[in-house]
Every structure is written in C-alpha cells, then in structure tokens.
Design a protein around this ligand. Structure first.
Ligand code: UD1
Length: 312
C-alpha cells in the first residue's frame, strides 16, 4: 500500500492486519505519520518517494495487490503548489502503475476524488458524468484515474478507481490550514475558537466516515472482473457546513458563532454521490450515520489530540 501512514491508508492497514494479511507500506511520511502504522510483524515500512521508480519497484515487488493511497490530498494546497502536488499525485501514480505492471500485480486500487466532477449542475454525481476539474488537485486525480484505465487497456493491468467524497474520521489531523474541514472545525470548537467558514456555509458535501471507505476499497480490491472501473465511494447524502457546525456543537456541548470569510478559490458548491454502481457491483452499503461517525471522530480528538497535548 502507498500512503499507509496517512489518514485513510492507516485505517486500511489496520483492517488488513486484522484480517491476517501481510502488508507493505510505501510512504515518505510527508503528511502521514509513523505512529499511525501498527507495530505488527506483518507490516513492513518502505520510506521514500513513490515517484522514485527504483524505490517503488522495490516496495511493490512480490505484492499481489497495490492500494495506492499516497497523495498530497488538498485542493487549496494544489492551488498554492501546483508543481509539488503534481509530482506526488501524477508522477507518483504513474511510477506506482509502472511498478505494479512490472511486478505482475493482480490489481491496483487507486484513491480517486469527487473533485473531478467540479461544479457540474446535476446532483447526485454519477461516474459516467463528464469530469470538469477546476483545480490542479482535481485534474491530478483525473489524470491518475485515466492513467489507471490506460494501463488496463494497454498492458492488461487490472485497476479500479474509488472516488472519495470528503472522508473524515479518527487520525485526520487538524494541524495544517490544508487539513480537512471536519478536523479543523472540531479542533476550533473544542479549543474554544470560532470556526472559520469560507463563503456562506451553505455549500454541501457528502461527508463519508472512513470506515465506509475501508470496506469499499477492500471490496474494490477483491471483487472479480472490475478492470478499469471507476466507483463513487460515499454515503449519498449532502450536508452543509452550517449543519456540520451545529452537529459538532451538539456533540461537544459548545455554542460558538462561526466567522465568515471569502469563499475559497476553486471551491465546489455542492457535492453528493450517486452510489448505485458501488451498491450493485461492490455490494457496498454505508453503515454508520453521519452523527455516529462524527461522535467517533470527536472522541478520538478528545483522547488523542487534546489528551496528548495535556500529557505533553
Ligand atoms: C476536496 C474533495 C474531496 C477530496 C478532498 C481532499 C470536493 C467536492 N471534494 O474536498 O473529494 O478528497 O478535497 O482533501 O472537491 N472550509 C471552510 N473552512 C475551513 C476549511 C474548509 O469553510 O477552515 C470549506 C471549504 O471552502 C469547502 C469545505 O469546507 O467548501 C470542504 O473543504 P475541504 O475539507 O478542504 O475539502 P474539499 O475541498 O471539499
């Protein structure tokens, strides 16, 4: 797995270890963390740049499956740093695909993104809609999935893309201005600060608990006959930032007014997945309610982020 030290990757590693699988992780720990990786004899870490062909070839050699989760996963960061994010997200993906092809890997599952849909007027967003990337990140993820499909056609390498929709959960770090909005809002509210809303707060997202994504990705890895396919992995709902803030406040017992700033450049207004294809072909069914997922995330934040702060 690439990116096994990251937020989503580390949840996948934990589930694979639970299932008794042997896992190799390729990660440069730029946004991921070593402490996210379970200390278990079945897990080996390869530390390096996935875009370095010799490095990734060594990491992938002998693997049956590659879950390609490594990325610099931020829309605003890609707007600020198009070249660096292109290196990680496009050069990295191409190098992983070449390594997987050469190693005779059975399947690559690529972490795609809902951002590829852009501001297309139709909701919910279906996999067969025409992509309309509005930011470097969205374009990089689109190139990644198209490379996957091309490798399936040209070289017979099985690839599947899972498009994520605003995933949240434990271990998503609030430490950077580029962090996911849920981690930033929990961090602000739990620390007695007002959350900063970019725009009017009425933009909506299909916020997806990380546990759903883990089940979906593993189904995408193991379900037969999916070469070159693309799947939305999400709940199929739509929650505004104002509703998000109200729910977090309820869970924390806080009552702080948000601060409103200008809308973010390249921000998508509404995002909601059609998950019929994942349901039908992967047997994917969301399980946790949004509030249950948030409750788990808040609990983790209080124990691991606030708790660690107090201990240190
Ligand atoms: C995008 C993608 C998602 C991808 C993710 C990677 C879309 C629809 N979604 O998420 O598929 O996995 O990037 O990181 O393109 N916001 C605030 N205050 C803050 C931070 C953010 O109001 O402090 C707002 C943003 O302007 C945005 C929303 O919250 O409207 C979500 O932002 P963020 O968590 O950064 O994710 P997206 O850009 O939606």
């Amino acid at each position: 797995m690439t990116g096994g030290g990251g937020f989503i990757g580390s949840h996948l590693v934990a589930e694979l270890v639970r299932r008794g699988e042997t896992v190799r992780i390729a990660d440069n720990f730029s946004t991921g963390r070593r402490e996210n990786v379970p200390a278990d004899g079945s897990v080996t870490i390869f530390e390096g740049d996935i875009a370095d062909q010799a490095f990734i070839a060594q990491a992938v050699a002998g693997c049956d499956y590659v879950l390609h989760q490594a990325a610099i996963p931020s829309v605003p960061r890609s707007v600020a740093e198009p070249v660096a994010t292109n290196h990680a997200n496009v050069d990295g993906t191409l190098a992983v695909l070449v390594a997987a092809r050469d190693a005779g890997v059975r399947r690559v599952v690529f972490a795609g993104s809902s951002s590829v849909y852009g501001n297309s007027a139709v909701l919910p967003k279906r996999e067969d809609m025409r992509p309309a990337p509005m930011t470097p990140y969205a374009l990089q993820k689109l190139v990644g999935e198209q490379y996957c499909q091309m490798f399936t056609q040209l070289y017979g390498l099985e690839t599947v893309t899972t498009r994520y929709f605003n995933v949240f959960g434990p271990r998503q770090q609030p430490g950077s201005p580029y962090s996911g909005v849920i981690s930033l809002f929990i961090d602000a509210l739990a620390s007695g600060r007002q959350p900063l809303v970019h725009g009017d707060g009425r933009q909506t997202r299909d916020f997806t608990y990380v546990g759903e994504v883990v089940r979906g990705v593993l189904a995408a890895a193991t379900t037969p006959a999916l070469g070159g396919e693309v799947f939305n992995l999400a709940v199929g709902g739509r929650i505004s930032l104002l509703e998000l803030i109200a729910t977090i406040q309820r869970l924390l017992g806080t009552n702080l007014e948000p601060v409103f700033g200008p809308a973010r450049e390249g921000d998508v207004r509404d995002s909601q997945a059609d998950i019929v294809k994942a349901r039908e072909k992967l047997g994917f069914e969301p399980q946790a309610s949004f509030e249950d997922g948030l409750r788990e995330t808040v609990k983790w934040y209080q124990a691991d982020v606030l708790g660690a702060g107090k201990a240190g």
